[in-house]
Design a protein around this ligand. Structure first.
Ligand code: AMP
Length: 283
């Protein structure tokens, strides 16, 4: 496994590989890897000659400084996990390498409508930081394919927009959410949950599945299904729901009737104790 901390040697390595007609897949992550991340890496390994996994806790996408400070970091164990997957390349740069202009002087990107709903609304500046760091990574790696988890569904829509509007010549692959045996979506943030909160957090998935069942029976009764899910979560204690919305995955418009849309998702963000978790299921 080749580990790069700086841009130029990585670019040199990849230019040579591309000259030999090798295809390149990129899996951007913030580290503290788990099976969810590895599903992305494994898909990239299947599809491409060379896979690059980036590990970088991007400061410009954190709207809350405490969240950035508390974000778990485990580079040594991340590298050991990646080694086992046969991933060929890891890119783990410093802030100075990624933001030589200074984090405070970073460009910003206005994601338009996507900034006004769900994650965009509740995490001001988040998608700007995501867009900037991914634009940098796409230019550095120049991948054929990039891999993102369905778990961060709105991020998928943001990246599709970025690719389209900035003419990036690459394909986005969405990989299904990996869950534990109780249904809890794997997340690096789960490391910050107490053992009892880990059990409480499984209620999020149960609420999403409950709403899904309701909507399958009554596709036009969106508000009733949403209310049923919220009532269920109210009784769980130690869960504070930030949003629970039913949207179409293409435009991220909030829908009042689930019929006549290509793909619908039920999305939630909630605090379990002090930890903010997000999850979604497709209808
Ligand atoms: P993160 O390190 O949290 O920024 O996530 C890096 C990538 O892994 C993103 O594309 C996430 O959507 C994806 N990811 C995180 N958790 C999961 C999961 N449980 N299942 C599938 N993909 C995931």
């Amino acid at each position: 496994m080749h580990i790069f901390k700086t841009i130029q040697p990585l670019k040199k390595f990849l230019t040579k590989a591309v000259a030999r007609n090798k295809t390149v897949g990129l899996v951007p992550t913030m580290g503290t890897l788990h099976e969810g991340h590895l599903a992305l890496v494994n898909k990239s390994l299947e599809d491409n000659d060379i896979s690059v996994c980036s590990i970088y806790v991007n400061p410009t996408q954190f709207n809350n400084p405490q969240d950035l400070e508390k974000y778990p970091r485990n580079l040594a164990s991340d590298l050991a996990m990646l080694e086992k997957t046969q991933c060929q390349v890891v890119f783990c740069p410093s802030d100075e390498e990624m933001y030589p202009e200074g984090k405070e002087n970073s460009l910003t990107i206005n994601m338009g409508y996507l900034n006004t709903v769900l994650e965009g609304k509740y995490r001001p500046g988040h998608f700007s930081g995501v867009g900037v760091v991914l634009s940098k990574l796409f230019h550095i790696v120049n991948p054929d394919r990039v891999y993102f988890g369905q778990k961060d569904l709105q991020q998928v829509a943001v990246v599709q927009n970025l690719i389209h509007n900035l003419f990036f010549d690459l394909q986005l692959i969405r990989v299904p959410t990996v869950r534990n045996e109780s249904g809890l979506a794997l997340s690096s943030r789960n490391n910050r949950l107490s053992e009892s909160d880990k059990i409480t957090a499984t209620a999020l998935y149960r609420a999403l599945m409950m709403i899904k069942e309701e909507l399958q029976k009554k596709p036009a009764q969106v508000v009733a299904a949403q209310q049923k899910g919220l009532r269920f979560l109210e009784n769980e204690g130690n869960i504070k729901v930030e949003y629970l919305e039913i949207i179409d995955t293409e435009k991220f418009g909030i829908v009042s009737d689930t019929r006549n849309h290509q793909e619908i998702a039920i999305c939630i963000a909630a605090y379990v104790g002090e930890v903010r978790l997000i999850d979604n299921v497709l209808l």
